[in-house]
Design a binder for this molecule. Structure first.
Ligand code: DGL
Length: 273
């Protein structure tokens, strides 16, 4: 067994959403290197067929394997129901999913046991959240709302602008009859629309708590890496980005979402891997 491993950690999402996890990891893991890979040429995954979602995700994981990652995060709730088990079994590096953290966090926060889950369409069509929640607390009532236009507004860098607010309103208004005290952001894009969601709930005079599981995912990763003895001992942190779509479009949106200088982002074409 290794007692340290200086290789990078891979983070996969269909688009810019996984950056909401990456920004948390960049705060917590000063000695780790990251490879962020996004299938921006084919985002969104939410409206795609399960088999296509699985194939595209696995293609990106093959690229992470070639890039020699020591571990990975499947930072896409829409992919998880269709291929996380396969990825865990078939790749020789450990992979962390992101669904468990959100389920645990929201189950701990809800008082009235009514949770509204905001997700991509493919996630909402699966029963992955119901199953995971049932294992923790079978008395919780879940409603899952698919929010494709909100995902799109984040991809356009407008999640916290009027476009994001109106998209959130369109979806959440339909649940006015459901007395939820907790809203789980079950799509990694949605923390980038959190201000819009917060404003909307305030306008509705609701005091529901919004759960962004990114911090808990960072803790889960720490537990996984230290449990396996593969934390890095090398000082310093480096992040490289690989995208299947236009690198300059990604540079503009990623620098805005991460609040980092766009000229300092190391972005490459994932199709060349
Ligand atoms: N960010 C992804 C998620 O966590 C999905 C967005 C999409 O591609 O539809 O579900």
């Amino acid at each position: 067994m290794n007692y340290f491993d200086n290789r990078p950690i891979g983070i996969f999402d269909s688009g810019v959403g996984g950056l909401s996890i990456l920004r948390e990891l960049q705060k917590d893991f000063a000695n780790e290197d990251f490879i962020y890979i996004a299938d921006t040429g084919r985002v969104p995954y939410g409206d795609k067929k399960p088999q296509d979602i699985a194939d595209y995700t696995i293609e990106c994981f093959e690229k992470l394997k070639k890039l020699n990652v020591k571990a990975a995060i499947l930072a896409c709730n829409a992919s998880a129901p269709y291929c996380l088990d396969y990825i865990k079994k078939d790749f020789d590096f450990p992979t962390l999913g992101v669904i468990g953290a959100g389920v645990v966090d929201s189950a701990m926060v809800t008082q009235n046991k009514n949770i509204l889950i905001m997700a991509a369409t493919a996630t909402a069509k699966s029963d992955v959240f119901q199953k995971a929640m049932h294992k923790i607390d079978s008395k919780v009532n879940l409603e899952i709302v698919a929010c494709p236009d909100l995902v799109k507004s984040v991809e356009d860098g407008k999640g916290n602008e009027e476009e994001g607010y109106q998209a959130a309103k369109k979806y959440i208004d339909a649940y006015d009859g459901f007395d939820y005290d907790t809203v789980l952001l079950a799509c990694t894009h949605l923390p980038f629309a959190k201000n819009s969601i917060e404003k909307l709930l305030k306008d509705k005079k609701k005091t529901s708590k919004i759960i962004d599981p990114a911090k808990s995912i960072a803790s889960d990763l720490n537990r996984m890496l230290s449990g396996l003895g593969i934390l890095s001992k090398e000082e310093g942190q480096k992040t490289s980005y690989y995208v299947t779509g236009d690198t300059e479009d990604f540079r503009n949106i990623a620098s805005k979402l991460l609040d980092q200088d766009k000229d300092l982002l190391d972005i490459k074409d994932a199709n060349e891997i």
